[in-house]
Design a protein around this ligand. Structure first.
Ligand SMILES: Nc1ncnc2c1ncn2[C@@H]1O[C@H](COP(=O)(O)OP(=O)(O)OP(=O)(O)O)[C@@H](O)[C@H]1O
Length: 470
């Protein structure tokens, strides 16, 4: 509300009354437009006008800076037009209420974080704490994640913003959070002055709702619009939550307009997030969208080897027989979190019973994990899921039709049958209507080739694989 307190001007200049300020506000409404007026001018309070200085109070620092930069001239002009002698305008802010630390819930990390390097974000703008273990040094790179890793590295260099946002997506436990924290850690070293804020979409919503409830929405806006790098994890969470989406959209736009870097993660590609507004989907697709593919054997083994090195230091003297890591990498294919959990348990168990880690010990200690990972996908299941996904008849999977709309899904199913089952090519051929193994081979090669050039196919395969393995 534009509520002037002034009644008298010490130099005998024209008095500022409620009416005259009202007139100035009316003029401003015409020149800056309704939306700008409501957002930026109406919350100002005129607190003083003397010695040619008009002083206003803005609810937050962010508003103060914004109004001063964008509307200062207009306000000055309208005050003068109304006959006031004003040399300059000052904008002030009242003391901001500090935000209680308990407003921030901890992110789901596997273990309590040991003292993380302190983010500027945590000092100035309480964000979620970073996990000190999630650094680039601790991130094992393999084919399935090399692109995501390279993109994260690029953003972490802190140079000019080249792609905005960076959108990382992939299935559960494949390293999205790890990469985001790694970016934050790296930025703290390279750009210590940068305000980096990491939080989950759930925390974003929580803070937004709380700000609404406590009528602190301007503080909320200021906090989120004054960062240099904003990272929002698991953005799929805000799908279907209308007002949070709305606020997220405006925050996103405001930051992009200011040339600030945004990094987002989700469990699927932007276009596949159900109940997410179209305008948000399209914004999220504007930058670089990269996926973390399910791990392959080499990556799993690499991760196990790296983590084993760390455990060796923790459990000196504990021996491990050859072949144990290979066995685990082969059998536990679900996700990295499960793989890590298996290794942790194995070391703890072996040290407790004072035995060498052998294959037998691993099988005994990890029975449940191994059984859960043992779920076998059948060719029939694959055919059914693929048919559903592409909206073709199940019978067409094994039938003779050669039109592309049917042949392509069939080849996708062949490819997945080879990837997700232990069946041989002739066996797969038999399940696909008695086709020859060379036809199956051709189908698999075709899909492998397309995955490199056709993003849609690569995304379809990724999604189907996840559906089938879950
Ligand atoms: N390439 C990797 N190298 C080393 N550790 C990894 C790698 N990928 C994942 N991890 C580890 O696996 C665990 C799960 O990773 P993270 O929490 O980043 O997964 P996420 O993709 O964010 O999963 P969610 O979808 O559940 O949020 C973490 O402990 C992380 O350090």
């Amino acid at each position: 509300m534009c509520a002037p307190k002034l009644r008298v001007d010490s130099k005998g200049n024209k008095k500022m009354t409620k009416e005259t300020w009202g007139r100035v506000c009316n003029e401003l409404l015409k020149t800056v437009g309704k939306s700008n007026y409501t957002t930026w001018i109406a919350p100002l309070r005129m607190i003083d006008m003397s010695e040619g200085i008009a002083a206003f109070e803005a609810p937050t620092k962010f508003m103060r800076d914004w109004v001063s930069r964008n509307f200062g001239e207009a306000i000055l002009r309208e005050l003068r037009n109304d006959g006031h002698v004003v040399e300059r305008i000052e904008f002030r802010v009242p003391e901001l209420r500090p935000i209680p630390a308990n407003e921030v819930s901890r992110p789901a990390v596997a273990a309590p974080a040991p003292a993380a390097p302190k983010a500027r974000a945590e000092e100035d703008l309480p964000g979620a704490p970073l996990d000190a273990r999630f650094t680039f040094d601790n991130f094992v790179v393999g084919k399935p994640n090399e692109l995501a890793h390279a993109a994260a590295r690029r953003v972490a260099e802190g140079g000019p913003v080249t792609f905005n946002p960076l959108f990382l997506y992939g299935g559960v436990g494949l390293g999205k959070t790890h990469l985001m924290h790694a970016i934050a850690h790296e930025l703290q070293i390279r750009r210590p002055e940068a305000r980096v804020r990491y939080l989950s979409a759930e925390q974003f919503m929580y803070r937004f709702v709380q700000a609404l409830r406590e009528r602190q929405i301007m503080d909320f806006k200021e906090m989120f619009r004054s960062v240099d790098v904003l990272m929002v994890d698991d953005v799929q969470f805000i799908a279907g939550k209308d007002s949070t989406q709305e606020e997220f959209f405006h925050t996103f736009n405001a930051l992009v307009d200011q040339g600030k870097q945004i990094i987002i993660s989700a469990d699927r590609a932007p276009g596949e997030i159900k109940d997410l507004e179209e305008r948000i989907k399209s914004r999220l697709q504007c930058g670089l969208v990269v996926d973390l593919h399910p791990t392959d054997y080499e990556l799993r083994l690499g991760i196990l080897q790296t983590k084993t090195e760390a455990y060796r230091a923790q459990y000196p003297g504990l021996k491990m027989a050859d072949g144990v890591l290979e066995f685990l990498a082969h059998r536990i294919t679900t996700n990295v979190r499960v793989l890590e959990g298996a290794l942790t348990r194995l070391f703890a168990f072996a040290s407790l019973v004072g035995k060498e880690i052998t294959l037998d010990l691993a099988q005994e200690c990890l029975t449940d994990i191994l059984r859960a990972s043992d779920r076998k996908v059948t060719i029939e299941e694959i055919q059914r899921k693929v048919a559903e996904h592409y909206n073709v008849r199940l019978s067409d999977m094994i039938g003779p039709k050669r039109v592309r709309t049917i042949a392509r899904p069939r080849q996708v199913a062949m490819y997945l049958s080879k990837q997700l089952t232990t069946r041989s090519l002739p066996e797969i051929g038999r399940r696909f209507g008695g086709r020859d193994h060379t036809t199956i081979m051709h189908g698999i090669r075709k899909i492998e080739e397309l995955m490199g050039s056709d993003r849609q196919i690569a995304e379809d395969i990724d999604l189907l694989r996840r559906l089938l393995e879950s």
